[in-house]
Design a protein around this ligand. Structure first.
Ligand code: DX5
Ligand code: ZN
Length: 213
């Protein structure tokens, strides 16, 4: 399994230092949350900020777009250093087209579902994606409480992958801590995103390691 610290919870006044710190403490992916203030009721940062820290590590930049009509920004995000670009199925009218658009940039493609969205909605694109991100909170903010009904979706995605020989990783995002990480791993998650849990911990290595067990 992999741990993907979300830099949404980093100290932006020293973002580069925080990035180097989580890399040296065992991060597998770097989770990068871009919010547009429209699709979600919050603004974070955009591709320019990601580009400015790209030279600090060669770890996978796992870019989560919480943007309405993400098709408008795929090229820019890819050129700014993303390795994986994930888009919400709820944020576009043409999820299949956006996934192809992401792949054409040479970037891996992910699809995201909110807590209120069933797995069935993305079944038709599961063969095309490298990652499925199951939101375990409603997107927009760090530090929220894990929504347990997401666990069934993880199991469902794992079963579908086995039945159909699909290749995606199953990632969970929101409210991940020492306890909820166990439940997600048991259900079949491959990648755990964690923001506030890791960044609020005095010992980040200990925090990242605790998610692995
Ligand atoms: C929420 C973001 C998450 C966020 C998770 O919309 O997608 O990646 O950083 O934060 P925690 O781990 O604090 O719930
Ligand atoms: Zn995220």
């Amino acid at each position: 399994m992999k741990v993907a610290p979300s830099i949404l919870s980093a100290d932006f006044s020293k973002l580069g230092d925080d990035l180097v710190d989580i890399v040296s403490n065992g991060a597998d992916y770097i989770h990068i949350d871009m919010m547009d203030g429209n699709y979600v009721p919050n603004l974070s940062f955009g591709p320019m900020v990601m580009k400015s820290i790209r030279h600090l590590t060669d770890k996978t930049f796992d870019c989560h777009l919480m943007i309405e009509e993400p098709e408008r920004y795929i090229k820019l995000v890819a050129e700014s250093g993303a390795d994986i670009i994930s888009v919400h199925v709820e944020a576009t009218k043409h999820i299949h087209r956006v996934i192809q658009q992401i792949k054409q940039t040479g970037t891996k493609a992910g699809v995201v579902i909110n807590p209120g969205t069933p797995v069935e909605v993305i079944e038709a694109v599961l063969a095309d994606v490298d990652l499925v991100l199951v939101m375990t909170v409603n997107p927009g903010f760090g530090g929220q409480t894990f929504i347990p009904s997401s666990l069934n979706k993880i199991k469902q995605l794992k079963a579908l992958r086995e039945e159909n020989n699909y290749n995606y990783e199953i990632e969970v995002d929101g409210g991940i801590n020492e306890d909820t990480s166990k439940k997600c791993l048991e259900a079949g998650a491959d990648v755990l995103v964690a923001g506030s849990y890791i960044f609020s911990h005095n010992n980040r290595k200990e925090a990242i390691d605790s998610l692995r067990n």
